[in-house]
Each structure stands twice: as structure tokens, then as C-alpha cells.
Design a protein. Structure first.
Length: 486
């Protein structure tokens, strides 16, 4: 396999250029009580705190060290040794016994330098460089995963907050109906069963509100978890352009006051068929941008941008270099060596210089190593093919979901307005005695369900769009480079 060093340089530069265009230093964000955070603020916090991203950073550092370790084979190996020897020799003979004591010491130094091993070291260096590139793309893939998780949980908080506001308005509606029905009952206009139903509906709406508030708190906990923060004071988040639902806020403390339940509501005397009812106005100023890419273009961009595909391709190159390294182990190594030694015995000094041609090889073992290396290359190529198929279906699924939800949103917006109008009509009919309580409750339930369905669809749309952007690995407004990770 002919290797072109320009490919590595071009790949590294293109990746670094890509991260430098879309990344910038993340300033530390301090969350104080009643802070107002944007989606970008939350993403910045997550990227700064994520231990997963730091793990990719450390893996990159390990790969970088492995490159240096591979290059070190071209550096000389220096050896130094010294020793001391004491010997005591005694002997006996015809002339008596003899004792001989000797103290000797020596100092030796050696220098070994690899001259050429027929490209084995070069192949190992290139393999480690490709592993380093893989680590870079794995880091980028981890950044995309972190951003997607924060976006999903951020939208979950917005949806939970909208649900709380809808349920708050529902409590107010049921409070108003109870007051009105109580007044009608006292006047003998409505039956006891209408009053009991109004009480039950009011109680149920308050229980539902408690559940919605619990869901909102849990959504905030999930968002905090995705940002890796704990012991955080209460804060608020701002709507996004694609999730900007205006809500009608009410004061629940005022609803607990029952002092005027025996008095007729102010609007009973002049109630009409289109009497005004409390509502959330979740449709106010809502808009979203259409997705700018076709499905075919989305798949094309995914193949071009996905860091996991690039990581697998770099791994394939590393496996090819590993196979080349194994094959070249058939060749011997040529090295030069030099040494110096000194012994105090007879004050001897020695100096030597030489060139060595050496080879040590288990032929059968090497055959199986080569077979394994070839299979590793084929396995890496198969993983790339499998990943590309999975990416295609991932983009397709996300794209279809997003487009369908995009089409549903305006239809559901119309349904919210229609159910509101129907509720207003039913409310007006009930106020003047033309409609019954069941008709009124059915209209109210339809209106609340339409609002919740609308909010859930907006949430699903934003999550589907974020999933599609992640599947395509589109450049993010906020990201981080590996050099910025502490």
C-alpha cells in the first residue's frame, strides 16, 4: 500500500479548521438565583462540565502520547552501567597456603541507534497518527451527543412549563364555573348534580396542576443532570425561536379565596353566546423556520459531516498500516552501536563501534498475524458500510418525523382555535340556560386536550429537528474545541 503523508496533513488541517470555525472559548457561566438562561447558555455549561467530553480529551492525550512513543524508535538508546567486585581466593599447596584478595570496579556505556527496519517504524507511526485522528473525531461526536441531550431536555422543560400554564388556566376556568354554578344553584336555576360536578372538576383540575408542577420540576432536574450541575438555585429558561409559546399566567393564591362564592359572578347578567373565557393564548407569536434541506441533501451532508464515519475511516487506515507493519516484520533491522568500557584491573579501557543486521521471526506465528491483520482491515471496512447504512436510516427516520410534525403543527393550531371557539359558545349557552353542564365540560375537555396535544407536538417537532441536525452533524452555534477542555 502506497502511503501519502499529505492525506494525513490534509485530514488533520481540515478537522482543525472545521472546529476553529464553529468553536470558541466557553466563558464560565454562574447560575444565580432567578437567573434567566438561554439554550446556548445551557449548552455552554454542559460542554464545560461534561466528564464524558473530558474522557474523550484524555483518550486523545493517550493517542497523542502513543504517536510520540512510536516516533521514539528513531531516537538512540543509551545504556550506562557500573559495578564493583570483591573476590577472595585461598589455596594450599606444598609451600603452604596462599590468599589472594582483589577489588575491581568497572564502568561501561553503550549507544544503539536504529538505522533502518524497512518501514516497520514508519508504518507504526502512521497507524498511531490515524488513531489520533480517530480520537479527535470521537471527541467531536461526543460534543454532538452532549448538545443534543441538552436540547432535548431544554425543550422538555419548555413543554412542561407550558403544560403547567395550561393547567393553571384550567383551574381558573373550573373555579369560575364553580362560582357561577353555585350562584345558579342558590337561585334555583341549576340542579345539585351540576354543583357537585363543578366541585369535582375543580378538585380534579387542582390535582392535575400539582402533577404538572411535579413534571416541570422533574424536567428541570433532568436538564440539570444533562448540564452536570447540582445544588443549583432556582432559575428560569427562555423560549427558543422554534418553541416560543406565550402563556397566560394566573395567581393561584387568589383562586383559593372563597369569600365571594355566594355572590353572582359579574358576567352572569350579561352573558352571551360568545362570552369571554379564560384561556392560555399559547399560539401567540409562535413561528418556526422551515428545514432548508431536502432528504437527499440531508443524507449527503450526513455522510460528509458525521464524525463517527470519519473516525471509522481513520480506524480503517490505522488497520491498513498495522497490516503493513506486520508484513514488514519479515525484514531484518539494521542498527549501529557504540560502546566504551573501563576496568580498574590493569587500568584497561575499551571502545567499540559496530553495525548489526538482526532478525528474529516465528514464520508460522507471523502467518497467522498477517491473516488476523487482513481480517481486521475487512472488519473495519464492514463497520464503515454498516454505519453508513445506519446513518441513512437514522437521517430518514428523523427527517420523516420532523416533516410530519411540521405539517401537523398548523393543523393543530387551527384545532386549538376551533375548540376555543366551541368552548366559548358552550360557555355562553350555559350562562343563559340554553346548554347543560355536560356540554360545557365536553367543550372544556376538548379545548384543554387540544392545547396539550399542540404543546406536545411542538415539543416532538423540536426534538425531531434536533435529532435530524445531530444525525447530519450540522455545525452548531455553540460548540467546543478539544484544546478548550480543561
Amino acid at each position: 500500500m502506497q502511503f501519502n503523508i499529505k492525506k494525513i496533513i490534509t485530514l488533520c488541517l481540515s478537522f482543525l479548521l472545521m472546529t476553529s470555525v464553529y468553536a470558541y472559548a466557553i466563558e464560565e457561566i454562574t447560575i444565580e438565583k432567578d437567573s434567566l438562561l438561554t439554550l446556548n447558555d445551557c449548552i455552554k455549561i454542559a460542554l464545560e462540565n461534561s466528564p464524558v467530553i473530558k474522557r474523550y480529551k484524555y483518550n486523545y492525550g493517550v493517542s497523542k502520547s502513543n504517536v510520540g512513543l512510536a516516533k521514539s524508535a528513531y531516537f538512540p538508546t543509551i545504556g550506562v552501567s557500573t559495578g564493583y567486585t570483591f573476590s577472595d581466593t585461598s589455596s594450599s599447596g606444598r609451600y603452604g597456603s596462599m590468599t589472594n584478595n582483589r577489588n575491581t570496579y568497572n564502568v561501561e556505556a553503550s549507544l544503539n541507534q536504529l538505522i533502518w527496519n524497512f518501514g516497520k517504524t514508519n508504518a507504526n507511526i502512521r497507524m498511531q497518527k490515524f488513531n489520533l485522528i480517530t480520537a479527535l473525531f470521537n471527541f467531536d461526536d461526543g460534543v454532538l451527543d452532549t448538545i443534543y441531550e441538552v436540547k432535548t431536555n431544554y425543550f422538555g422543560v419548555l413543554a412542561a412549563k407550558a403544560s403547567v400554564d395550561i393547567n393553571k388556566a384550567n383551574v381558573q376556568i373550573n373555579e369560575r364555573n364553580y362560582q357561577r354554578t353555585k350562584a345558579y344553584y342558590d337561585e334555583g336555576i341549576r340542579s345539585k348534580i351540576d354543583l357537585v360536578n363543578a366541585e369535582v372538576n375543580l378538585s380534579d383540575s387542582k390535582v392535575t396542576l400539582v402533577d404538572a408542577e411535579k413534571a416541570y420540576k422533574n424536567a428541570m432536574v433532568t436538564l440539570n443532570n444533562s448540564m452536570y450541575i447540582a445544588f443549583t438555585p432556582d432559575y428560569e429558561i427562555t423560549p427558543t425561536e422554534n418553541f416560543n409559546l406565550s402563556t397566560y399566567m394566573i395567581d393561584l393564591e387568589e383562586l383559593d379565596q372563597k369569600n365571594d362564592l355566594d355572590n353572582l359572578p359579574a358576567d352572569v347578567s350579561d352573558a352571551t353566546l360568545t362570552s369571554t373565557v379564560e384561556k392560555t393564548d399559547i399560539l401567540t407569536d409562535y413561528k418556526f423556520e422551515e428545514f432548508p434541506y431536502t432528504f437527499e441533501k440531508a443524507v449527503e451532508l450526513a455522510y460528509e459531516n458525521r464524525p463517527d464515519i470519519k473516525a471509522y475511516e481513520a480506524t480503517l487506515k490505522a488497520m491498513e498500516e498495522n497490516l503493513l507493519y506486520i508484513k514488514r516484520e519479515y525484514y531484518p533491522e539494521i542498527s549501529a552501536n557504540a560502546g566504551y568500557g573501563y576496568r580498574n584491573s590493569y587500568s584497561t579501557n575499551s571502545f567499540n563501534v559496530g553495525v548489526t543486521l538482526s532478525s528474529s521471526l516465528n514464520i508460522l506465528g507471523k502467518k497467522y498475524e498477517i491473516d488476523s491483520g487482513k481480517l481486521q482491515v475487512q472488519l473495519a471496512q464492514n463497520e464503515i458500510d454498516l454505519l453508513k447504512q445506519n446513518v441513512y436510516f437514522e437521517v430518514q427516520n428523523a427527517y420523516v418525523n420532523m416533516i410530519e410534525l411540521e405539517r401537523q403543527i398548523p393543523l393543530l393550531a387551527v384545532k386549538v382555535r376551533q375548540t376555543l371557539e366551541n368552548f366559548e359558545l358552550a360557555d355562553g349557552r350555559y350562562a343563559v340556560g340554553l346548554g347543560d353542564f355536560i356540554e360545557l365540560q365536553d367543550a372544556k375537555v376538548q379545548y384543554n386536550n387540544a392545547q396539550h396535544t399542540y404543546v406536545q407536538t411542538v415539543y416532538n417537532y423540536n426534538v425531531a429537528r434536533a435529532a435530524l441536525e445531530k444525525a447530519m452533524a450540522l455545525p452548531q452555534e455553540v460548540t467546543i474545541a478539544i484544546e478548550d477542555v480543561n
